[in-house]
Ligand binder design. Structure first.
Ligand code: 5GP
Ligand code: MN
Length: 342
């Protein structure tokens, strides 16, 4: 952060602080927000975490979660908190459009703005920027920033659990290419503090409803389309299918990764018909940039190997649009299907 001293002096006296993160927060979004909130509270600030939407049930164990305000259903209260804040912290997203209606409230607020993020192409709206696309998770950046501020001793076990959850999930349990020596060093510090990794794995990955597993089985057997000629595999899930399996927020998380587990597959895609739009998740291996693909064709973005986007066409039309794009990417996709592209 270029103006770290100015940021430090801002934090030197009690402030009203709002922390927010992206639509449908995942474990990194919520974990980094709650870890950062725990730190700021210890410094004596008045802190509110506001999410633009709901989030998966399997994040409810996080310390401070019960105080999180969901903007949807608490619009007036949230707007007031944002307008009155001295500092708004934006974690794990890089463009204000990612927090829906809240984006314009944040932009209009007199508050100073802090961005802590690891996504590509950040929008220029923040006064303080702690941004590194090489970071595996925003939770890793929160850890780094607390250390940089000289307050490592203030990291408690509940905070460390939130940060561990963010790093664990954004690295795909320490398997994606973002998993560096530094990631393991940060995690080893969190373990040194006293967190129990197996507990966090269980809480996040093995804490689902039977219906969710049945849905996974159905999606894998009935819905997976594999196109080896392009190195692509995808799912297109209808609204009716979500209803049939009583799908809850978070229940489709991780599904897209199964597409990538097939030999020779370079890009996995998951298209889901949500009522407002078709929401799309992209994952890739090696040099194929799904960030660029999502930005160019599906009004989205993210990271090189994990991105999201949307489509206002029908689910069928969205699938057709994807299929029509593949021939022009065929060479690029197939070129990534070898060891040297990692
Ligand atoms: P997911 O597929 O898990 O929803 O998202 C993968 C990555 O892409 C995450 O880092 C997420 O923040 C980002 N992402 C998801 N949807 C969008 C979107 O609509 N726009 C942008 N810019 N990024 C997105
Ligand atoms: Mn993240």
């Amino acid at each position: 952060m270029q103006n770290l001293d100015e940021f430090k002096s801002l934090l030197a006296s009690p402030k009203k602080i709002v922390i927010t993160t992206h639509h449908k927060p995942d474990a990194d979004a919520l974990g980094s927000s709650l870890g950062w909130a725990g730190y700021l509270q210890q410094l004596g600030h008045q802190v509110n975490v506001i999410t633009p939407s709901d989030y998966p049930r399997f994040l409810n164990w996080m310390s401070g979660e019960s105080d999180v305000i969901n903007y949807e259903g608490h619009e007036a209260q949230s707007a007031q908190l944002i307008a009155d804040a001295d500092l708004v912290c934006c974690l794990d997203f890089s463009a204000l459009s990612r927090i829906n209606e809240m984006g314009e409230l944040v932009r209009a607020s007199k508050a100073r703005k802090l961005l802590i993020d690891h996504h590509l192409s950040p929008e220029d709206f923040a006064d303080f920027v702690f941004w590194d696309t090489k970071a595996a998770a925003t939770a890793e950046l929160v850890y780094d920033l607390i250390v940089l501020l000289g307050d490592k001793a203030l990291i408690t076990i509940p905070m460390a659990e939130c940060l561990y959850a963010g790093i664990m999930t954004d690295t795909g349990s320490f398997r994606h290419s973002s998993t560096t020596k530094k990631v393991h060093e940060v995690v080893s510090e969190l373990i040194e503090l006293g967190i129990v990794p197996s507990r966090i794995h269980k809480l996040i990955y093995d804490n689902h409803t039977e219906q969710r597993l049945r849905f996974l089985g159905y999606a894998l057997s009935e819905k997976l389309r594999v196109l080896p000629e392009y190195g692509v595999a995808y799912f297109a899930i209808t609204r009716d299918e979500l209803k049939r399996f009583d799908s809850q927020t978070g229940d489709t998380e991780g599904l897209v990764n199964y597409a990538l587990s097939i030999e020779g597959i370079v890009m996995g895609v998951l298209m889901i018909d949500r009522s407002e739009m078709v929401k799309i998740s992209f994952r890739s291996v090696g040099d194929f940039s799904v960030n660029a693909f999502a930005r160019e064709h599906f009004d989205g973005g993210g990271h090189k190997n994990a991105a999201g986007g949307k489509s206002h066409l029908s689910l069928d039309e969205t699938e057709q649009k994807l299929l029509a794009l593949l021939p022009q990417y065929r060479e690029q996709l197939l070129a990534c299907n070898n060891e040297s592209s990692y």
